[in-house]
Write a protein that binds this ligand. Sequence first.
Ligand code: KG4
Ligand code: ZN
Length: 342
Amino acid sequence: MAADILAIETSCDETAAAVIRDGRQILSSVIYSQIDLHTEYGGVVPEIASRKHIEKLNPVIRKALRDAGKTLGEVDAVAVTCGPGLVGPLLVGVAEAKAIAFAAGKPLIGVHHIEGHIAANYLEPGTLEPPYIGLIVSGGHTHLVIVEDYTSFRILGRTVDDAAGEVFDKVARAVGLGYPGGPKIDAAAKEGDPDAIDFPKAVVHGEEYSFSFSGLKSCVLNYLHHAEQTGETVRREDLAASFQKAVVDVLCSHMIRACREYGFRTAALAGGVASNSALRAEMEKRCGEEGISLHIPPKILCTDNAAMIGAAAYHSYLAGDFASLSLNAYPRMALGERPPRE
Ligand code: KG4
Ligand code: ZN
């Protein structure tokens, strides 16, 4: 019997709902992006995001059900991102999911946002199955993990300071490209020379799987200040391409090293930064050379969406791992952590 899960995602600035069958098939996926609202502030304003989620979530859910050809009574469970993320935006989704689950008499599933990003790789046409090495690079997280099973993870390394997406956003702001930084740097870098400026590697000495991006960010800022003081002109495209290369290099080399050391021939990328074109191309090239089968979700499933939440929720559904109506928002949930049952 097929299991159709209605999934809700509101952890940051995308209001999203989807209906997912058996953790793999997208019956519908609706994303209302608030990016334009936050652009003038140079980043996500949590209060504005929460208010917009309240306004948009019902229409987004109704559209997801309509697109899937389902009524609420016909879905088998309601899943929602309960953490980590911005507390106000998370609360909107959690309250909505609890209300729907209670009213329709459906089981409720609390989903970890990062597990959602990983699960985007299981959606069709994805054929990925654990175990494998996973690299999750988003606006709030940079994790290199062994995905032992659908719901169990061993963390090999993470960032000790800024997340990969965060540093894209900060550098973009410093060079005047604006918000959201990742896609803007990605586009500018296409016109630039990645070897124009030699930025340092974003590594942590003595911790082979950790990442540190704040030193790289400071180098970019110092480079800009120095150029300003000496009256040198900096080609924004060259700076974007050189910075991007430094980030891509460390992400690829850590991933390949982990595959070699732990003997994996399968790897997967996930998270908003996985939509970066240079990262996708370089990772594909380097994994190809190593004989590693690389999985990357389509770009629209790399950034925040609810389809990935429905894909992750399926494994809790199979295990009967349901949340009670006391489910809360958990802004700082560790990877692998489950929401309390009561
Ligand atoms: O996964 P995501 O949508 O939200 C979080 O869970 O954080 O990731 C958003 C992050 C932002 O920092 C954004 O700048 C970055 O992903 N991003 C990119 C690209 N598209 C989005 N970074 C680099 N290149 C891109 N094309
Ligand atoms: Zn995300």
